[in-house]
Design a protein around this ligand. Structure first.
Ligand SMILES: [Zn+2]
Length: 103
């Protein structure tokens, strides 16, 4: 019976995702849903981004089926129509030295 290594068979983004998980990073692109805090302009919900802007979706009502999308710009806190505040903070992109991962 031939045993195949799934990491050796994987390619592209799929392989990158597998290697990221092996390093303990389960959200390398910061796309997980975040829970909001009671926010103000001075204490907004902080949103990670490696760029100058990022699109963010707010589920304004807990039982809502819709998402209110808005662009956040670096250094500019923004208020959603529901009253919650959001602001970007810089988080560099994950760079993993693939050769350092044990196989
Ligand atoms: Zn909202």
């Amino acid at each position: 019976m031939i045993r195949l290594d799934p990491i050796e068979l994987a390619t592209g983004m799929y392989k990158t995702a597998i290697l990221d998980r092996l390093t303990g990073e389960d959200d390398p692109y910061s796309v997980k849903t975040l829970s909001r805090i009671e926010s103000t302009k001075e204490k907004p919900n902080m949103i990670p981004s490696a760029f100058e802007s990022r699109m963010v979706g707010c589920v304004c009502e807990e039982d809502s089926n819709t998402i209110v999308w808005m662009w956040l710009q670096k250094g500019e806190p923004k208020r959603c129509q529901c009253g919650h505040w959001f602001e970007l903070y810089y988080q560099p992109m994950l760079e993993v030295e693939k050769s350092s991962i044990p196989v």
